[in-house]
Design a protein around this ligand. Structure first.
Ligand SMILES: Nc1ncnc2c1ncn2[C@@H]1O[C@H](COP(=O)(O)OP(=O)(O)OP(=O)(O)O)[C@@H](O)[C@H]1O
Ligand SMILES: [Mg+2]
Length: 242
């Protein structure tokens, strides 16, 4: 059996009066693609932010290898968790090379940095030819690939992606999903993917959590099964199924 890497156990996050997460429990196993879906404002981004100390946790715990860990960015990065935020957040005035190096700012050894960049570029041949191009000169798809590549520089065990296909044409979105599968297969990286583009994600995911109003309302080990029947529709139409 494959082990569990990262868990949120009964995590609640409140922003003033807004309950962004309400005792949410989510887990990511070794080498798994885990889908996290739900309507707008359901709390999906907050799940990722809570792991990195970017959301105020009221109660609950974050576990790494089943032991409690303090959810602050540098500790998570040290353990092997990486985060590619919504909207890619690459530096548009910096070159592709610089953007990659910034992803590895915790790597002090230049030799290791060079070999990590070479490893990552192996998986992103399009970026290899654009190392001295500025971020803003890349297409939306290339910027997303750069964001993925940057996320991999620290060689994470868990990669968290917030809406990687957002704003991309369907053909390019498909390439992003193919890249996600390739990352899992070549590096055995576990990947949590938040998406509105549900169908292609459920086709490839190993497990899916559905959030609504901060609660996990579905935890399904057979994501494709949600593509049939009306369970998802009911959640997205706002029916209270818990
Ligand atoms: N910094 C903040 N301050 C106040 N409220 C916030 C903050 N961040 C998020 N919220 C609220 O918390 C709830 C969950 O937000 P979150 O961004 O996690 O949702 P989401 O599922 O990622 O939504 P989307 O699909 O629109 O990206 C929403 O009601 C949102 O308005
Ligand atoms: Mg979001």
């Amino acid at each position: 059996m494959k082990g569990t890497l990262l868990q949120l156990v009964g995590v609640s996050v409140h922003y003033g009066g807004v309950k962004a997460l309400d005792e949410a429990s989510i887990e990511i196993g070794e080498g798994q693609i885990v889908a996290l879906i739900g309507p707008n404002g359901a709390g999906k981004s907050t799940v990722i932010k809570s792991v990195f100390g970017l959301a105020p946790i009221q109660s609950g715990h974050i576990l790494w290898h089943e032991k409690e860990i303090e959810p602050v960015s540098y500790k998570m990065v040290q353990q092997g968790v990486a985060y590619v935020p919504q909207g890619r957040q690459i530096f548009s005035n910096l070159t592709v090379q610089d953007n990659l190096e910034i992803g590895g700012v915790v790597i002090k050894d230049k030799k290791i940095m060079r070999s990590r960049i070479a490893d990552v570029l192996d998986m992103f041949p399009d970026l290899k030819n654009k190392l001295s191009a500025k971020g803003r000169e890349l297409s939306g798809g290339q910027q997303q690939m750069l964001a993925l590549a940057r996320g991999l520089i620290t060689d994470p065990k868990v990669l968290m992606l917030d809406e990687p296909s957002l704003g991309l044409a369907p053909k390019i979105a498909k390439e992003v999903f193919e890249k996600i599968i390739e990352i899992k297969e070549r590096r055995n990286t576990a990947i949590l993917v938040v998406e509105h583009n549900i169908r292609p994600l459920l086709e490839v995911a190993d497990r899916v959590f559905v959030l609504a109003r901060g609660k996990v309302v579905i935890d399904e080990p057979n994501p494709k099964s949600l593509l049939e029947g009306a369970r998802l529709e009911r959640v997205f139409l706002g029916e209270r199924i818990l």
